[in-house]
Design a protein around this ligand. Structure first.
Ligand code: XIL
Length: 379
């Protein structure tokens, strides 16, 4: 929820940004606070110098309606992922009809600008359409899962860098010894083997895409994250041992200010992935700044930037980390301001979790990300 003042500020900023050419310098600082940096100063140039891809989630409405946003994408990023438009429920308004328009447009744009595309996602317990519960059952679930993956993977065959084949399959609170989310409809209809079926189907349908398992809440040294991380790594080990095709671990990285305890967490993720021969992608990074006491934007942005720097420096120690994506690029669109907030400390304050603010000016996070790339070893 935005205050009226914030809304006015965002609207004014958007108008200004639309008129602004983004001219960035390569010095590490914006030439002025109105400018960000394309070319040699861009996020993608600094990432490429270390053998990394960098990207963001793309909101279809912003992508469709806002040329300045499209320009920002083309200038800054080497990989994109649709925020929502490849999810099951968005693609399938009815059991027999498909809506590929938004995903097609983004994939064409990426091709035209030599960007790679992540596919997100085939199998998730969320974003299922209204018709799902009354239509999909134990008898036909296998066919729905296989047909869905075949149809979508085939349409974009050869154009996808990596697919999030299964998203968020671990949920410790469901109480199973293996940590699997038994409340997921896919689990309830197909049992634990739904994962293996999904990966095998995806491999056959698009042998060139890297098949990824993607999850959140596994980054910190806390007890909860440690339990979930252990379960994720056990799942990956189990699938590898069964010969299930899987190439990468996606670490969502929705993190927050006020806690930089991820030395052990990130080391365990990297060691675990390395021992299984998996690549690692930071797939959905953002830094929730709801907990910063001060309302001063400079103070908040500085804390967010520090968390980016600490986290990326820890993760980029691992040469298996090949891509860094944020969940959105600009504070004009972040899911953190669009949905309900959990236990908010500042319920009406718009968050600033991303490298560009709502006027598309680079925030301190932009410079922190670039510096972390510069400090990483080449891979
Ligand atoms: C979020 C989108 O950003 C929202 O627009 C949507 O309403 C809900 O989903 N983990 C994921 C993403 O894997 O798909 C989620 O995206 C954010 C958390």
């Amino acid at each position: 929820m935005m205050t009226r003042r914030e809304w006015m500020r965002q609207a004014a900023g958007a108008a200004a940004a639309a008129a602004l050419p983004t001219v960035l310098t390569s010095s590490g600082h914006a030439a002025s606070d109105k400018e960000a940096t394309p070319g040699a100063g861009s996020l993608k140039a600094h990432a490429a110098a270390r053998g990394l891809l960098t990207g963001c989630a793309v909101n279809a409405n912003l992508f469709r309606d806002d040329p300045a946003f499209r320009q920002l994408l083309a200038e800054q990023y080497s990989i994109v992922v649709p925020e929502n438009c490849l999810k099951f429920g968005y693609l399938r308004p009815t059991p027999d009809t498909w809506n590929f328009a938004d995903a097609d447009a983004l994939v064409s744009f990426a091709e035209a600008h030599s960007m790679k595309v992540r596919g997100h996602n085939f199998v998730w317990h969320e974003a299922l359409p209204n018709w799902f519960a009354s239509t999909v059952n134990k008898d036909n679930a296998r066919k729905f899962l296989v047909d869905h993956i075949n149809t979508v993977a085939n349409r974009y065959k050869g154009k996808i860098h990596s697919w999030d084949v299964v998203n968020e399959a671990i949920w410790i609170k469901d109480g199973r010894a293996d940590g699997l989310r038994s409340s997921s409809p896919w689990f309830q209809m197909l049992g634990p083997e739904y994962l293996d079926l999904a990966y095998r189907t995806a491999r056959k349908a698009d042998p060139h895409a890297l098949l990824t398992y993607n999850d959140y809440g596994i980054e910190y040294d806390t007890e909860d994250d440690t339990k979930k991380r252990d379960a994720v790594l056990r799942l990956l080990r189990r699938m590898k041992a069964a010969g299930t095709p899987i190439d990468a671990l996606g670490v969502q990285s929705h993190i927050h200010t006020g806690d930089s305890s991820f030395a052990k967490g990130t080391r365990e993720l990297l060691d675990g992935a390395r021992s299984l021969g998996l690549q690692v992608f930071i797939t959905e990074m953002d830094v929730n700044d709801d907990g910063v006491a001060s309302d001063d934007i400079a103070v908040r942005d500085q804390e967010v930037a520090e968390v980016y720097r600490n986290y990326l420096n820890a993760m980029l120690r691992g040469p298996e980390v090949k891509a860094v994506l944020t969940w959105g690029a600009t504070d004009k669109n972040t899911w953190l301001n669009n949905g309900p907030k959990f236990h908010p400390k500042h319920p009406t304050r718009a968050e600033r979790p991303l490298p560009f603010d709502a006027d598309y000016k680079p925030t301190p996070a932009f410079f922190a990300i670039r510096t972390s790339f510069d400090e990483a070893k080449r891979r």
